[in-house]
Design a protein around this ligand. Structure first.
Ligand code: ATP
Ligand code: MG
Length: 444
């Protein structure tokens, strides 16, 4: 049994020893039924927040109003212990007006999707399923607990969570739930930028096929509401000789499906790298062109990432990857020093991976990548020499007059250093003084 599981079991047992009901709940139960490793274990109990705190003095209330206490297990891993509750009313399309403490059944009913609403007795491994969650897991379906319209009206973030769970678990969305998502999609804009950014990023990074995930976003109408600039890529045709795969949207989706990454900067750079194409598309002498799309797209991405309140450093890196993504075409003609300086920049690996995915999702040529790999290989095998211990001035100070002989002794000293004749600068100086004295008995 792994440590997280053992720690969460120990907390349940302690609550039960004190006479309370306690279960594992939510995502961990879902993941166990799917034979996946749960990310963390949450606990639901009928103990009131003060009773939880009395039992676990190391705990602290994170959402006291909601009855959520973070408690460290014996391995100092924090586990969320939440009192069974029901939520009443909404004020802002996100938070309940009031909560009341309740029982296990009501606690299941307030949760978002049936697959997330089961409780489990960790001792007997019995599942408490008040909402048909087990059937939906078996059928691979995301379905709201209860009436979808009502449940989305209570909290519009659930619109995006539905898509994220469908994409990461590779489940379908039950039709009534899907219809309600379409109906309420425009309301997503009332959810905070931070929550939207977090959900979109999790979808990009956790979905086995993130391209299918963004398709779901599109079909649900959420993409139009959140990122119309990305939506605009649909149907923007590209020259078939460079892009046999199809339009800009298809190209981007293929890249996202191929991407395997836990780096949000790469994921967002991939998603947004061609958003400059729709506004720059033009027919010039019968050919489709997207002149300056990288620069235009970089500026658009900058605005999007500011809107979604990305950390400045992440935003800058994503934007610079997009701005530079056509530079790879210049690699064969680039001066070596310029190429090496570029390759030495910390974000270069992200740019190169963006380029690799870009090629794979279109003409499938990898000649530029090969050039870069060859240089990287050479650089990796280049032994870097240590700094010189002895400089020209040191030799002048030993009394030798300025002149060509200084160069000779410099070289001798460096060879001696590289050959390990002395183990420190002082010893090397002493060795050098003796050598010079041997040649110039006249020196002081
Ligand atoms: P993950 O593996 O992504 O963490 P999770 O199911 O644990 O998935 P959390 O966001 O950690 O998801 O939430 C824990 C549980 O709380 C969910 O399983 C769900 O039962 C409930 N929950 C979370 N957010 C909401 C919400 N907005 N509305 C209703 N229930 C929610
Ligand atoms: Mg969780």
């Amino acid at each position: 049994m792994n440590e997280a599981r053992a720690g969460a079991l120990e907390l349940v047992l302690k609550l039960r020893d004190a006479g309370f009901e306690a279960y594992w709940v939510g995502g961990c139960v879902r993941d166990m039924l799917l034979q996946r490793e749960p990310k963390d274990y949450d606990i639901a109990t009928n103990a009131l927040p003060d009773q939880v705190l009395a039992l676990f003095p190391g705990g602290h209330a994170v959402g006291r109003a909601f009855g959520v206490i973070l408690v460290p297990d014996s391995g100092k891993r924090f586990v969320e212990i939440a009192t069974f509750r029901e939520d009443h009313g909404t004020v802002d399309g996100r938070h309940p007006q009031r909560v009341s403490f309740s029982d296990a059944r009501a606690d299941a009913m307030r949760r978002d999707f049936t697959v997330n609403a089961m409780l489990m007795d960790p001792v007997t491994e019995t599942i408490l399923d008040y909402v048909g969650g087990r059937d939906d897991i078996a059928r691979h379906l995301i379905r709201t607990v209860g009436d979808p319209q009502k449940r989305f009206e209570e909290d519009y973030l659930r619109l995006l969570r539905a898509i994220r769970f469908a994409a990461t678990l590779q489940f379908a969305i039950e039709p009534a739930t899907a219809d309600a998502i379409k109906q309420y999609a425009p309301c997503i804009t009332s959810v905070s930028a931070d929550r939207i950014r977090i959900e979109l990023t999790r979808l990009l990074l956790e979905a086995p096929r993130a391209g299918d995930g963004v398709d779901l976003l599109d079909q649900s109408g959420l993409l139009d509401a959140i990122l119309p600039e990305v939506s605009a890529m649909k149907g923007v045709e590209q020259p078939p000789q460079f892009h046999p795969e199809g339009d800009v949207w298809t190209h981007t989706r293929i890249m996202l499906n191929t991407m395997q990454s836990d780096d949000l900067r790469l994921a967002w750079a991939v998603w947004l790298h061609d958003i400059g194409k729709p506004p720059t598309a033009a027919q010039i002498e019968g050919r489709i062109r997207f002149d300056r799309h990288a620069g235009v797209g970089a500026d658009m991405a900058d605005a999007i990432l500011r809107r979604l309140r990305f950390a400045n450093r992440d935003r800058e890196i994503i934007v610079s990857c997009i701005r530079g993504h056509m530079r790879f075409a210049d690699v064969p003609q680039m001066r070596p020093a310029r190429l090496r300086r570029w390759m030495a920049q910390p974000e270069f690996p992200i740019e190169l991976e963006l380029h690799r995915l870009d090629c794979l999702a279109s003409h499938k040529k990898d000649d530029i990548q090969k050039i870069i790999e060859t240089i990287q290989h050479e650089l990796a095998n280049q032994v870097s020499l240590p700094e010189r211990w002895i400089r020209g001035t040191d030799i002048l100070e030993l009394g030798l007059p300025p002149g060509p002989e200084i160069g000779y002794w410099l070289q001798e000293a460096y060879d001696a250093q590289l050959n390990g004749i002395a183990d420190s600068r002082d010893n090397l100086l002493q060795w050098l003084r003796q050598q010079i004295a041997g040649r110039h008995p006249d020196l002081p």
